[in-house]
Design a protein around this ligand. Structure first.
Ligand code: ASP
Ligand code: MG
Length: 422
């Protein structure tokens, strides 16, 4: 049994959805659990819906909803020539449910409301695609992952209840005779009280890994619009190289430092059971892509990870005392409370430095909270470059026209905080 994951880009249009049929057609004898994301940029749009909704901006909600509906119905129109096909009614029904929820007052809990709304992206995409697969002769059963994947109620970053979920997943994700494809949602889950939760943005990879782990799948394949895992983001780098094979550890490190191809939580469950992960191109399914697995070190290709729009926060105790464990506990507590992740940290005797993403809303709150007990200075507009398997030539390459603000060197990785000089 395999687990396949199709992300937003691989289901963003009628043509893309047709391509799934062609990919599944290559595995006529296999049983496959298909995990799907919301279509295209739907989750971003739903995030805007949540914002408008919680701000009481009904016009904003309506405008976004109209666009989302039009987008999905255009895909439906492209896929189903029979306009009485039940897919239309079901998608309409899901939009109706969502509108019903949006017509009620928001609760005071933004993150809770977010999860109750955001789940519709995946519910709609899987319904639609499930029907299309069946129409195309690929017998498919639609599964509501929320009946099986159970989490706590840490809205937007829910933590999986492994024991309960494993039991339910094994009970529900069984193939009956002749059944070949089960389609389900990535990214979303629910509490034991059946309130919807989500696993963090881009969490569908993680869902695929969880299901593979719980069902002891042979392998996971993530179908993407790139040829596999590259050693750098082509947006920031020319002459990127495809990494044909990666050890679990390399993949974890690259994902952790911010390679956008795989969600960081994805690798661990697979590593624990030695399940191979393939990252393959859905436009060129014959190409080998990248294999992530239990691989000895063959060739240590340097990888480059760029994080743009970084902020350096410098905190020092107001009384010029040294930075102590008490201070660190307090500082980390403040960042944790505001859900701000530290990309790099460094300390000296009298100050503690943190590099974070420039989320303006969170930054303001964090700086305000820190300023109660610390002197705080921060610098925006920086870039954080991580090089795995670095040497001097790779450092020189990224330092062209950059000013070095600070660096941190490990045995395998170096991180350079830089300012672009022009
Ligand atoms: N649709 C969700 C998102 O865009 C989950 C995913 O794509 O993995 O974050
Ligand atoms: Mg996505």
């Amino acid at each position: 049994m395999f687990v396949f994951k199709f992300g937003g880009a691989s289901v963003k249009s009628a043509g893309a959805v047709r391509n799934i049929v062609e990919i599944l057609g290559r595995y006529p004898d296999d049983r496959i659990v298909v995990v799907v994301s919301a279509m295209g940029k739907t989750t971003n749009a739903l995030e805007r819906v949540v914002d408008h909704y919680s701000a009481g901006n009904r016009d904003g909600v309506e405008k976004e909803m109209d666009q989302l509906k039009a987008y999905h119905f255009k895909i439906l129109d492209g896929l189903f020539s029979d306009k009485d096909h039940p897919a239309f009614l079901e998608v309409e029904g899901l939009f109706g449910e969502l509108s019903g929820r949006l017509s009620r007052e928001p609760t005071l809990n933004y993150d809770y409301d977010y999860d109750q709304i955001i789940c519709y992206g995946e519910l709609i995409s899987t319904r639609l695609i499930g029907h299309y697969l069946n129409q195309s002769g690929v017998m498919t059963r639609w599964m509501d992952i929320r009946r099986s994947l159970k989490t706590d109620n840490s809205w937007r970053e829910a933590r999986v209840d492994w024991e309960l979920s494993t039991r339910l997943v094994r009970e529900h994700f069984t193939f009956s005779d002749g059944e070949r494809i089960l389609i389900t949602q990535g990214f979303i889950a629910s509490t034991i009280n059946d309130q919807s939760t989500s696993l963090g943005r881009e969490g569908s990879d993680y869902t695929a890994a969880l299901l593979a782990f719980m069902l002891n799948a042979e392998s996971v394949t993530i179908w993407k619009d790139v040829p596999g895992v590259l050693n750098a983001d082509p947006k920031y780098f020319d002459d990127t190289v495809l990494l044909e094979k990666l050890s679990y550890l390399d993949a974890i490190e690259l994902a952790y430092f911010g390679t956008s191809v795989i969600h960081p939580k994805t690798i661990k469950p697979l590593q624990n059971k030695n399940i191979n992960l393939y990252v393959k191109s859905f436009v060129d399914p014959d190409a080998p892509g990248t294999l992530i697995g239990n691989i000895g070190y063959e060739k240590l290709t340097p990888s480059f990870i760029f994080k743009m729009d970084q902020v350096l926060i410098r905190t020092s105790p107001r009384d010029f005392s040294f930075i102590s464990e008490d201070n660190l506990e307090e500082i980390f507590g403040i960042l944790h409370a505001h859900g701000m992740r530290i990309n790099l940290m460094q300390n000296s005797a009298v100050s503690f430095l943190m590099i974070v993403n420039n989320d303006r809303r969170k930054l303001r709150l964090v700086v305000d909270a820190l300023e109660e007990n610390y002197r705080v200075a921060y610098q925006t507009g920086l870039e954080l470059v991580t090089i795995r398997y670095f040497d001097q030539s790779t450092i020189d390459r990224v330092m062209i026209n950059k000013e070095l603000i600070l660096e941190q060197r490990g045995v395998q990785n170096i991180q350079l905080l830089v300012r672009d000089l022009g």
